[in-house]
Design a protein around this ligand. Structure first.
Ligand code: RP5
Length: 171
């Protein structure tokens, strides 16, 4: 847990942790201070409401909410703050995560949640989007994000090079 966190990662259950570790890893890599909490829209509604209401005055700039099934956590947080809220739908064994995705994404007009894809890639992208938002006012993060994209492109070039080698050897 960081001092003076700028990002709050909130999970509906500790069973979401394996997925939300992808968010943690990206924020740690970019050296963005964050906190990680378990708060439930349904099981601990008062705590979830209060957390969102107090987040801005504690210095939090963006909330990332991971939840599964009837995944109302991101929406409940968004209803209680004007900070940006990014939702991460968990994969589930009931409906493959489509339940989580639709519960998170279908917000009523006026209260947005920036909803990511299902599961760990969504959790990773939530952190990247949060970093990109912070980078609007942070030159160090802006450079780090540009470098990250460059590395991504290089990794694709490397993959392509290996595929071409394989093709030459096997055709
Ligand atoms: C949601 O219910 C949580 O976000 C979790 O994804 C799902 C299942 O929770 P557990 O029954 O595993 O605690 O609130």
């Amino acid at each position: 847990m960081s001092e003076n966190p700028k990002i709050a990662i909130v999970m509906g259950s500790d069973s979401d942790l394996p997925t939300m570790k992808s968010t943690v890893k990206v924020l740690a890599k970019f050296e963005v201070p964050f906190e990680l909490r378990v708060l439930s829209a349904h099981r601990s509604p008062e705590a979830a409401h209060n957390f969102a209401r107090e987040a801005e005055q504690r210095g939090i700039r963006i909330l990332i909410a991971g939840a599964g099934g009837a995944a109302h956590l991101a929406g409940v947080l968004a209803a209680n703050t004007t900070l940006p809220v990014i939702g991460v739908p968990m994969a589930t064994d009931r409906a493959g995560g489509l339940d989580s995705l639709l519960s998170t994404i279908q917000m009523p007009r006026g209260v947005p949640v920036a909803t990511m894809g299902i599961g760990s890639s969504g959790a990773q992208n939530a952190a990247l989007l949060a970093v990109q938002i912070l980078a609007l006012c942070d030159d160090r993060l802006a450079k780090d994000i540009r470098d990250f994209r460059k590395q991504l492109a290089e990794s694709v070039e490397e993959a392509d090079r290996k595929v071409q080698e394989w093709l030459e050897e096997n055709s």
